[in-house]
Design a binder for this molecule. Structure first.
Ligand code: AGP
Length: 609
């Protein structure tokens, strides 16, 4: 997730306005920043890696002439955070400047086509392709307007984009286009603005026009014109009055970042389905070659590893060993060796315990593989191969969207490995690939249909002293994660373990009114978990069940239930089934008067051991 901003002013310099707006978008990404303006028929550009203030100190971002400009604050997905990869990106003739938020899936083939036509690329980003594509279209048809050239270019882009383009060829116009990534226009009597998000221009105007998917908008001092990309038809849309405070706007109207990020998961899951194939295949090759595979992480990332161990086993018949990073050296430090592969999973890529485990394995010549949300983090620098999960910055301390993204990447890896090892039929592969594609919509449906139900359950149990979270099979990982969420933000002591363990001790805790959360999709474990529910119920427990829709058998046993859509494959079930547990933890925290975004004693990234 990155932040884009652009403005056309009646008078005055655009650069300082852009700089201030990027500061307000910094929560969307902050590993690089850049601005480009037009003055006297020439493009001026300043950009570099680093946070906005760091780059400003070196380059003085306000010192760019001109009343029109674009800016960008980056969260790297393609190409490490380097000056050359920072936006804006230019074409060969340096007559087109573009900023972009999203992922252009077909950039590699477009880049090859354009290189074959003589275009010279400077960066490793997907975005730069768009600048050269517009240049090529204008070269082929010089009579086209900038807007029409951008329109033709975006028709060739697969993936997600919110982009803004300026050019000295039409120095008073800015062309923007949107598909999936957010784009809004702000307008007042002195200027017109475009941005990824309302906070960027809210202090300047509260009149906003939301641009929809598949629309292209031309901004100028005469106003704005919206057209449909598909057929160039005009769209009439009046500005809306935005009555948010700037603080609310950064959360897009949500009361907390955590709730915003829970709701972002359909979008982040769509992005996670746009991974670079070559890196997935390369990582699958290393996993296939290894004599043993350790999945190493902490906290929520460890729970993703736990779920992944079921995916790798059930799909690829590959045994993998999920290990809590702080225990890795003691548990495996002596046995890990050149034939071992370590897949380290870390949202921040900076968790000290995880990096210490990786360091130990590196010293013993093991192959290091990384899955992280932060390109350029330490984990990416020490990994032989890494995959960026493309979730965008996660502001809430509790991991939510990054967990489901990690699971999505790990599921895609398991599928590739299954195919590589010949353990899955083409039909099964197609079936699971289709279900993966549907996951974002499934998660959207769950949030829309179950959020209110979960809110009521949180109200009902807000004073409970403790909870059990139980599951069987891959749902054990979901149970562990649901428990961690409740503990870390609602401060409710909770215990999670495989449901089959109950009679080996923990069931002694059960007394009248003790709430037990069961995660029980209709998979191979369903029959046995019904037995576990009954043994808890018989001792007075209150049963809260996350079930498949219309599971009448468990409904007859449960005190409360949360219904999931039907047809979710067992190996993918933690992705949708964790959603109600994230919401339960969030609403329990709110009911108990805590701030879910800043839980006591916790930091977003634990960079100390
Ligand atoms: C999860 O909600 C916590 N914030 C914490 O457990 C976190 O998952 C853990 O510290 C690992 O962080 P990482 O993914 O950045 O390595």
């Amino acid at each position: 997730m990155c932040g884009i901003f652009g403005c056309v002013l009646k008078d005055g310099k655009a650069a300082p306005i852009i700089h201030a707006a990027l500061k307000r978008l910094e929560y969307r990404g902050y590993d690089s920043v850049g601005e480009a303006t037009i003055y006297n028929g020439k493009l001026y550009i300043k950009k570099d890696r680093g946070k906005i203030e760091e780059v400003d100190k070196i380059h003085n971002l306000d010192d760019l002439p001109g009343n029109i400009g674009v800016g960008h604050t980056r969260w790297a997905t393609h190409g490490a955070p380097l000056q050359v990869n920072a936006h804006p990106h230019l074409d060969c003739s340096e007559q087109i400047a573009i900023v972009h938020n999203g992922i252009i899936e077909n950039f590699a083939e477009l880049k090859l086509e354009l290189e074959n036509r003589g275009h010279v690329f400077k960066s490793k980003t997907d975005t730069e392709v768009a600048a050269h594509l517009i240049e090529e279209i204008l070269k082929t048809n010089p009579s086209l307007s900038l807007a029409d050239a951008v329109l033709e270019a975006v028709k060739r882009l697969d993936g997600s984009y919110a982009l803004a383009v300026i050019s000295p060829k039409e120095p008073n116009k800015m062309i923007c286009a949107r598909h999936e990534s957010p784009l809004v226009v702000g307008i007042n009597e002195k200027a017109i603005y475009c941005a990824s998000d309302i906070p960027a221009f809210l202090p300047l105007t509260n009149k906003a026009v939301i641009i929809d998917d598949g629309e292209l908008v031309t901004l100028s001092l005469e106003g704005f014109e919206i057209r449909k990309i598909a057929d160039s038809s005009l769209v009439v849309r009046e500005p809306k009055f935005i009555d948010w405070t700037p603080e609310m706007a950064v959360k897009q109207g949500y009361p907390h970042f955590m709730l915003k990020e829970i709701h972002e998961q359909p979008a982040t899951l769509r992005n996670t389905l746009r991974l670079q194939e070559q890196y997935l295949d390369l990582m699958a090759t290393f996993l296939d070659r290894a004599r043993e595979v350790y999945l190493v992480a902490c906290g929520t990332s460890y729970h993703a590893c736990l779920a992944a161990s079921y995916m790798f086993s059930k799909l690829a018949f590959l045994a993998t060993y999920p290990v809590i990073a702080s225990e890795f050296v003691e548990q495996h430090g002596k046995s890990v060796n050149i034939d071992s592969a370590i897949l380290a999973v870390s949202q921040s890529g900076e968790t000290a315990d995880t990096l210490a485990a990786v360091n130990c394995a590196r010293q013993r010549a093991a192959t290091i593989l990384g899955l992280t949300n932060v390109i350029g983090s330490t984990l990416t620098r020490v990994s032989r191969v890494y995959i960026g999960q493309q979730s965008g910055p996660e502001i809430g301390v509790a991991a939510t969207k990054t967990f489901t993204s990690q699971l999505s990447v790990l599921a895609q890896l398991a599928l590739r490995l299954a195919k590589k090892r010949g353990k899955i039929s083409q039909d099964e592969m197609d079936y699971l690939a289709e279900k993966m594609e549907k996951l974002p919509d499934t998660v959207e449906t769950i949030i829309q249909t179950q959020e209110e139900n979960v809110k009521q359950i949180a109200k009902k149990y807000k004073d409970a002293k403790t909870f059990f979270f139980l599951g069987r099979g891959i749902s054990t990982a979901t149970a562990y994660e649901g428990r961690l969420k409740l503990m870390e933000i609602a401060y409710v002591p909770a215990i999670a373990f495989p449901a089959g363990e109950s009679k080996h001790g923990p069931i002694s805790l059960i007394e009248q009114g003790f709430p037990v959360v069961f995660i029980c999709p209709k998979d191979e474990t369903h029959k046995t978990i019904v037995g576990n529910i009954m043994e808890m119920k018989a001792r007075g427990a209150l049963i809260i069940a996350v079930i498949e829709k219309d599971d009448e058998e468990i409904k007859s046993l449960a005190d409360d239930w949360i219904e999931m859509p039907k047809g979710i494959p067992e190996v993918l079930s933690p992705i949708p089934y964790i959603i109600p547990l994230q919401l339960l933890a969030y609403y329990m925290a709110v009911e108990r008067g805590h701030n879910p975004d800043m839980p006591r004693n916790l930091a977003k990234s634990v960079t100390v051991k």
